[in-house]
Design a protein around this ligand. Structure first.
Ligand code: HEC
Length: 157
């Protein structure tokens, strides 16, 4: 009897659940503890990478769509989450790179959770989906040069 397909489904489901929990926790932590300044040892160091996915689509689904919605249309409820669909603000790639790294107001920054290539992947994804068709792709190096040398990103520890 071969049960491997059954158990691998179970594993994928569990992993999805854990990812959802992780992002929920991450959002709560990042919002309630916006900036940590007390840890000299973490200054300028990119925190542990908590997301295994490398492709923009998966990263969007795991991290961004909880607020910006699966179709990128945003939402208004307890807070206002702007639409990324048909978003002219995405024309300049530096803007979404900045937002994903550092966050802004009610959006947490993910610079401590995502490496440069992951930030580039999710930025490229939102800039080329949801009715956006900006074809100039950004690279991990572009992201790297947008990181502030002494940025202290939110972490989960
Ligand atoms: C916890 C909710 C939340 C998550 C998760 C989140 N965002 Fe946001 N995002 C926001 C909010 C709120 C704003 C508006 C910020 C402001 O008021 O300046 C925003 C703004 C933005 C903007 C600017 C839109 C514009 O037109 O000005 C971009 C781009 C963006 N988010 C991309 C992303 C990407 C990509 C991800 C995933 C890596 C992500 N966001 C994850 C809540 C979130």
């Amino acid at each position: 009897m071969n049960s491997s397909s059954t158990s691998s489904h179970g594993l994928a489901g569990t992993r999805r659940l854990l990812q959802r929990l992780a992002i929920g926790l991450l959002a709560i932590t990042a919002v309630s503890i916006p900036v940590r300044t007390g840890h000299a040892d973490s200054a300028g160091v990119v925190g542990a990478n908590n997301f295994a996915a490398k492709d923009g689509k998966t990263l969007y689904a795991t991290i961004c769509q909880g607020c910006h919605m699966p179709n990128g249309k945003g939402a208004v409820g307890a807070g206002a989450y702007p639409a990324l669909a048909g978003d002219k603000n995405l024309e300049s790639a530096g803007y979404p790179i900045y937002l994903v790294l550092n966050g802004q107001k009610a959006m947490p920054g993910f610079g401590g959770f995502l490496d440069d290539d992951q930030v580039a992947a999710v930025v490229n994804y939102v800039r080329s989906n949801f009715g956006n068709s900006y074809t100039d792709k950004v690279s991990g190096d572009d992201v790297k040069s947008n990181r502030q040398p002494n940025a202290i990103y939110s972490t989960l520890d």
